[in-house]
Design a protein around this ligand. Sequence first.
Ligand SMILES: [Fe+2]
Ligand SMILES: [Fe+2]
Length: 243
Amino acid sequence: MRSRKLLKLRNYDEFITEHYDIIEQAVYPDALEVFDDSQLKLKDSYLDTIVRLTVVAEYKDEDTASHIKRVGHYCSIIAEKLKMANEIRDIIKYAAPMHDIGKIGIPAEVLLKRGRLNNQEFELMKTHTIIGEKMLEGSISGYLNVAKSIAATHHERWDGKGYPNRLKGEEIPLEGRIMNIADQYDAMRSERPYKVAFDHDKTVNIIVKGDGRTMPEHFDPEVLAAFKESAEELRKIYEKYRD
Ligand SMILES: [Fe+2]
Ligand SMILES: [Fe+2]
């Protein structure tokens, strides 16, 4: 019995190592580029853990390591235009990549479905916000607290028609409002099994003027103004960290 147990343990160990190698080779080196050298030295192991956790969730999702890297940069740029303090910008930059971490709790057949989700599947998908919030809540870390807030509120809309809580206006924390517009920009620029990628100008035009599905009233007017001001920089980030 003991040797059987040992064998089991060894298999498990091999599984973990192998899995870890795959993650590391497939996405991790890329994901790590979100941090520049000096910052990495400072926060090193702590942020390393966060990146790994994020990558695990992304591993199951259609979103890529480049997506999580880009949104951190976008949020930081928009926060700068909103004249937020450097310290807070920095926290948002590293917290934003965790926005969809709750997707780890969504079944793969829903997450990776080709084609649009039906109502029931969409309701299930929406819960990634609540799962993410639960995963990240109760931490003593400022990064994880902001990450929790972003995970919970990045699909809320200024006009109160978002999810999961239909929060309205300033009921939505600012970091959630910033992440929402950053995520929308990146989603529209990206190709999906059910949609083509839009170019930069078309994407900005839709966000600023609306196309029926995405409307300017979804966004905080001040965040929208900061987005407009940031647009050119966002385009550069998208091109620099393309998939
Ligand atoms: Fe999300
Ligand atoms: Fe996202």
